[in-house]
Ligand binder design. Structure first.
Ligand code: PLP
Length: 420
């Protein structure tokens, strides 16, 4: 569900014509629908309303300041994975008491900054990391709240690059080791270890794996409590899938129905870290058709957007629906195309073998469902300036990130004097 809809043959974002945005901001351009964004945040918040959860939007899916600010303003907390995301979170006035921080490789500098900021939880992924946080707290004479990320050994049945809850993955701590840490928790004098965290992967379309994971951590919580340990919080991560093509993912309500009763029984404060569910369908990438090229065996649409703008198709073979920004009123034959960018890689594509109504040079195409892991994963590969970002709010739109310039590409670079 989203608010990128046709009125007649014209694609709108909320109440703004996508074409008008592209004319003002140029292409390629990421366009976000404020209304879609906030509705998705509320959907998950409302589904779990009886548990009064803390929703921490996962910034890794989209760390646009404007987008994150809109969510923070609506009451969201933030899930961060780096010092850079902490910096951005604080810059937009997020409440540190609603920030949780996961990552297998937090550096001493990142740990120190997060302790000083007073974040809600470090989601800790190993014993060495726990020791590093304890040491830093000692040095800073501060305390930190700790959530141990449990690796529940549950297969999320999603793409192997975004499966995180099995033994094969680098994430989390196995159940036996978590138990040992609790038994030795007095060694960590500056840490309050009061939360368990579990995140099993991304783009998970069924509730089953979540239920399995929550059952496993529930048993663990019961065991730990029976030994006298205090566990006040449970963070069940993110990972809820969205519709890219023909998936029929569980709705927020289905998801809550499946897991909320298990959590209610535990009497813990619930934290969720959805990223894609909130931002995914809130954004599109609009590209201009540069050329239509016919080879002996294929038709190519060459757009001004490439894998550096949207990596998901190249990286995961991900499917994104592609639609015209202006539908032709005359009927056009449907043709099979590879939609590709200008980058010098055969892996540079937005879609392969896609049937589309015949496309002409200069037309605009919208790549749907690009709000999560879209701009966030973009790069300057092939010395391509990164695209602009725009947010539509009601009848207005705002450029929330300027298109990079060639000068931006070399900012910070230096040629050593000996080479001059
Ligand atoms: N939490 C953690 C620890 C993650 O690693 C991720 C993404 O992989 C998320 C939350 C957000 O996941 P999603 O965008 O699938 O909701």
């Amino acid at each position: 569900m989203h608010y990128f809809r046709y009125r007649g043959n014209v694609l709108y974002c909320d109440s703004v014509r996508v074409k008008d945005i592209a004319e003002k901001a140029g292409t390629p351009v990421y366009i976000y629908s404020h209304r879609t964004l906030i509705e998705h945040y509320r959907k998950i918040k409302n589904a779990f309303a009886s548990l009064r959860p803390l929703i921490c939007f996962s910034m890794k899916s989209n760390s646009s300041l404007a987008l994150c600010r809109a969510l923070v303003k609506a009451g969201s907390g933030l899930d961060i994975v780096s010092g850079g995301e902490l910096f951005k979170a604080l810059k937009i006035g997020a409440d540190p008491g609603k920030i949780v921080y996961a990552s297998v490789g937090k550096t001493p500098d990142e740990i120190s900054r997060a302790i000083k900021a007073g974040i809600l939880f470090f989601n800790v992924e190993s014993i060495p990391e726990l020791c590093a946080i304890e040491k830093m707290c000692g040095r800073l004479k501060k305390r930190a709240k700790i959530s141990l990320r449990v690796n529940p050994e549950v297969d999320a049945h999603t793409h192997h690059y975004i499966t995180t809850g099995t033994q094969e993955n680098k994430f989390g701590i196995d159940i036996d080791t978590v138990t040992k840490i609790f038994r030795q928790k007095d060694c960590y004098r500056h840490l309050d270890i009061v939360c368990l965290h579990v995140h099993i992967g991304s783009q998970i379309t069924e509730s089953g794996p979540f239920v399995k994971a929550v059952r496993k951590v529930s048993s663990l919580i019961r065991l730990l409590r029976s030994e006298g340990h205090k566990i006040d919080y449970l963070n069940i991560g993110g990972g809820m899938g969205i519709v890219y093509r023909k998936e029929r993912p569980q709705t927020a309500a289905d998801f809550a129905k499946a897991v909320a009763p298990l959590i209610k029984k535990l009497g813990v404060k619930l934290i969720l870290e959805p990223g894609r569910f909130i931002s995914g369908n809130s954004g599109i990438l609009v590209a201009k058709v540069l050329y239509v090229k016919k080879s002996k065996s294929k038709n190519f649409i060459i757009t001004d957007a490439a894998m550096n703008d949207l990596a998901r198709p190249s990286l995961y073979g991900a499917y994104h629906e592609i639609v015209p920004v202006h539908r032709s009123s005359s009927s056009r034959a449907r043709m099979k195309y590879d939609v590709v960018g200008p980058i010098c890689e055969s892996g540079d594509f937005l879609a392969k073998g896609r049937r589309l109504a015949a496309v002409k040079e200069g037309e605009l195409l919208a790549v749907m469902g690009a709000g999560a892991y879209g701009f966030a994963m973009s790069s300057n590969y092939n010395a391509r300036p990164r695209s602009a970002e725009v947010m539509a709010i009601g009848r207005n739109f705002y450029v929330t990130r300027k298109r990079e310039t060639y000068a931006d590409l070399v900012r910070g670079e230096r040629i050593p004097g000996v080479l001059k």
